[in-house]
Write a protein that binds this ligand. Structure first.
Ligand code: DC
Length: 229
């Protein structure tokens, strides 16, 4: 059976990663959350007090970033590829609101995007890949077999994110989250390098009023049609 490259792009907190994970598990594909890579770079900058260099000396920042090591390791227990920064599992830390508040600015820097796209394209696609992000169908894998674009109203998304963070034991306010989502939408869509856009050949799914299972069913139909063709 054909092994596909599936690109899932869309607005912040539209459930891209939950859907991507389920699809990857169902088909035995590799799942990569590209947003977590930009978040790991942001964590790296904060921890090493390099936020200033991001604005003033990007060449120095990239040099230091080259000495750092960002990779994914498959966790047999939850069947997810988890992100490691210099050998440390940083999955939990990168989901904090502090990182969310910085990450869109970091992800708008062309030199950083260049480095991340290089890492993303290095992934072996022979076994099938599901990658989610903002520029996967447009820049990273323009040849993807399936391109999905997920969206939902910002208040629905803020509610979902709020519940997720509270369930993870984080103390946050709904208004801060809604604000963060609105700012990120605007930064992600308006940046000059690789802005969030809907590709002509993408299937758009507005999941404001859809369950995950309904979306999965729709996506499985698309995949099964491609696998046999
Ligand atoms: O999906 P996320 O919210 O974890 O992504 C974090 C940030 O990284 C988000 O503001 C957009 C940016 N991003 C990007 O520019 N390109 C990607 N391929 C993935 C994420």
């Amino acid at each position: 059976m054909k092994k596909l490259t599936i690109a899932i792009d869309g607005h912040a907190s539209t459930g891209k990663s939950s859907i991507a994970k389920k699809i990857a598990i169902k088909y035995g594909y590799i799942y990569i959350n590209s947003g977590s890579m930009y978040r790991a770079v942001t964590l790296f900058a904060i921890e090493n007090k390099l936020l200033g260099e991001l604005n003033d000396n990007i060449d120095l920042f990239i040099e230091k970033l080259h000495a750092a090591f960002i990779n994914f390791r498959f966790n047999e227990n939850n069947l997810i590829s988890e992100i490691f920064l210099n050998g440390r599992n940083v999955e939990k830390e990168i989901s904090s609101l502090e990182i969310s508040n910085y990450v869109s600015k970091v992800a708008a820097i062309p030199e950083i995007r260049k480095e991340m796209v290089k890492l993303q394209r290095n992934i072996d696609r022979k076994k099938g890949v599901v990658m989610d992000g903002r520029d996967i169908g447009s820049v990273v894998f323009p040849d993807a077999d399936i391109k999905l674009f997920l969206t939902a109203s910002d208040t629905v998304r803020a509610n979902r994110r709020f519940e997720e963070m509270i369930n993870n034991g984080l103390s946050v306010s709904y208004d801060d989250i809604l604000n963060n989502i609105r700012i990120r939408d605007s930064l992600d869509s308006s940046r000059t390098d690789s802005p969030l856009i809907i590709e002509n050949d993408a299937v758009v799914i507005d999941n404001s009023n859809m369950s995950i299972n309904e979306q999965i069913k729709q996506i499985i139909l698309l995949i099964d049609k491609k696998i046999v063709n």
